[in-house]
Design a protein around this ligand. Sequence first.
Ligand code: MRU
Length: 342
Amino acid sequence: MSWRTLRWHAGAVLLLDQRALPEREQELACGTVEELASAIEQLVVRGAPAIGCAAAYGVALAAQRSEARSLAALARELADARARLLRTRPTAVNLAWALARMQRCEERAARAQEASVASVASALLAEAHALTAEDERICRALGRAGAELVPDGARVLTHCNAGALATAGYGTALGVVRAAVEAGRRVSVLADETRPFLQGARLTAWELQRDGIPVTVIADAMAAHLMRGGEIDLAIVGADRIAANGDVANKIGTYGLAVAAHHHGIPLIVVAPTSTLDASIASGAEIPIEERAPEEVSSRFRARNPAFDVTPAELVDAIVTEHGVHRAPYADSLPLALPAGR
Ligand code: MRU
C-alpha cells in the first residue's frame, strides 16, 4: 500500500486525515495527547482497531513529551493521558484494550532495574509499534481464515469501512475480501454509503478502487431491494465490540442490514480481531452506544445520531477472528479466554 492509516514520525503521530478522503490525501500531525484525542473524536482516524493503535501511540507520545522528574510523576501524567484518550469513543472496545495493554507495559518497565522516565518512555514507544505491527499481521490472518467463506464470483455487500483505513493495514471485513482476491477468486463489492459520515462512499470505495477491486457504491436504503433482486450473495462487516454471547455492535445500519439479510437467506459474516471481543459483558445490551453530534445528521432540524447499533447473535452466521471461523453458540466457540492478539 502506498499510504499508511497512521504512523510515528519525528516524535509525532501522523494520521491520514480520513475527513479529507477521497478528495485529498493529507496527513495530520498530532504532537500532544490533546491533539490526538481530539483527532480521534473528529474521526480523522477511525475504525475500532485503528483507534486502538492511535491510542497506544497517544500514551507513547505522552511519555516521550513528559518532563516528569520521577517515575511517580510520569505515572500520574500517563494516567491522565489514558483517561483523556478513553473518553474519546465509548463503543470500540479496542480503545480500552490498547490502553490497558499500554498500562501493563508501563508498569513492567517501571519495575525493571534502573528504570527511569526515559526507559519507560522508550518501552512504551516500542509497545505502540509492536501493537500496530501486530494489528496488521492479525488482519492478514483473519483475512485468510475468512476467505474460505467467499466463493468465486461472490457479490459482497459491506457497510461502513472495515478496511485498511480502519486498522493498521489490510482491514477486517475488507481483509477477507482482499485475501479472497489474493487467493484468485473474483469478488465484487457493494459498499453501503453509510450515512452520515459516508465511510462507505468515501473510504471503502477509495481503498478498494486503489487496489483494483471492483466496487459499486449504493445508498444505505438500497440494500434490501438488491437482496430481493438476487444481486447480493454475502454480507461481510466489521465490529466495534462483540459481547460474550456473540451480539455485535457495529456501525449504525448494520442491524437493519442483518434483518434484511436474514429474511433473504443471505449469510452475514462479522470479521474482527480478538481485541474486539469483550468477555466482560454477557450480551449486547451492555454495550455503550456512542451518540454523536446531531449536526452530523442535520444542521437545520432536530436530529438524532446514534453511531452504532447492536445485531443480535442469532442474525450472525459466522464470526471470523485471527483464530478462525466461529459459529453459534458463540459463548462456546469464540476465543474469549485467549489473550487478544496472541
Ligand atoms: O465510527 P467509526 O467509523 O469509527 O466506526 C467504526 C467502523 O468503521 C465500523 O463500525 C467497522 O465496521 C468496525 S471497525 C473495523
